[in-house]
Ligand binder design. Structure first.
Ligand SMILES: C[S@@+](CC[C@H](N)C(=O)[O-])C[C@H]1O[C@@H](n2cnc3c(N)ncnc32)[C@H](O)[C@@H]1O
Length: 258
């Protein structure tokens, strides 16, 4: 069964870590957000909304269709007056036209049946020459083998059916580029980034994160028994008492409003 973003038990699943400096460096290589207004659409628990403010954005508004996510994000970012959250659909956020400089969509579009309406909404939100920044994993990013730092690759080695799910939903370059251009963006710049997801003291801490299905929607497609098998499978492949640095490979597309 796929993840239910609206369930109370999942409210902190995208709120319990901080963006790594890898991510900030990748973003800074394409845009300096100092003093800019950012909309973080599909913001989850606001990890990246906070990260945009941390790297200088003047104002960040996170939008998510899940009331639970919006509540968790609001709670985690209380005391930061330049970060706010609201409930809204990716295709109809409720934000005013031309109100932001950057629209950021991380790990959102593979959950959407249709990118076109989402990118049209991003275009509407942006001021002239504003920037759409989309971060997701392409099929090539997903297919990478498992290793002591690319833990996610083991998911597919252990349960090939999870790879079928990913292959059917992950965005291709062609699909993203076409939809962006049809929505009124210039041909996007694309880059590949290894983002550190989290550091763990050892396998024990990693296994708790996996068993909690924290921030990895694909793990909701396993039963509890299958998830336990996956954790044992990974445990046989990495050193038990060494720190683990978990990284994922992502693609970032940046398209300016034409
Ligand atoms: C995989 S999570 C990513 C969360 C966050 N962007 C991050 O990278 O940590 C996807 C988020 O998109 C939200 N979402 C999915 N479909 C949506 C839609 N149609 N409109 C708005 N939000 C949506 C979910 O509720 C969830 O919070």
């Amino acid at each position: 069964m796929s993840i239910d973003f609206h369930a109370r038990e999942n409210r902190y699943t995208y709120a319990s870590r901080q963006a790594h400096p890898d991510w900030a460096a990748a973003i800074r290589s394409v845009v300096d957000p100092s003093g800019l207004r950012v909309a973080d659409v599909g913001c989850g628990g606001g990890i990246y909304s906070a990260a945009w403010a941390d790297i200088g954005a003047a104002e960040v508004v996170g939008v998510d269709f899940s009331e639970q996510m919006v509540q968790a994000a609001t709670e985690k970012n209380s005391g930061r007056p330049n970060i706010s959250f609201r409930k809204g659909e990716a295709v109809s956020t409720g934000l005013p036209s031309g109100s932001v400089d950057i629209v950021f969509e991380r790990a959102l579009i593979h959950h959407l049946a249709d990118y076109d309406a989402c990118f049209r909404e991003a275009n509407r939100l942006l001021r002239p020459a504003g920037l759409s920044v989309i971060q997701d994993r392409r099929p090539d990013d997903v297919r990478l083998a498992g290793s002591s730092d690319h833990i996610r690759g083991y998911f597919f080695e252990c349960f090939p059916r999870l790879l079928d799910i990913e292959m059917s939903r992950r965005p291709t370059d062609a699909a993203v580029e076409r939809a962006l251009q049809e929505a009124g963006f210039a041909p996007p710049r694309r880059m590949t980034v290894w983002e550190t997801r989290r550091r763990y003291q050892g396998f024990q801490e990693l296994s708790q994160d996996l068993l909690g299905r924290v921030g990895r929607s694909i793990l909701h497609d396993l039963t509890d028994a299958e998830l336990a098998r996956l954790v044992a499978f990974i445990g046989q492949r990495i050193a038990p008492n060494r720190p683990v640095t978990e990284r994922d490979r992502w693609t970032i597309w940046c398209g300016g409003k034409a």
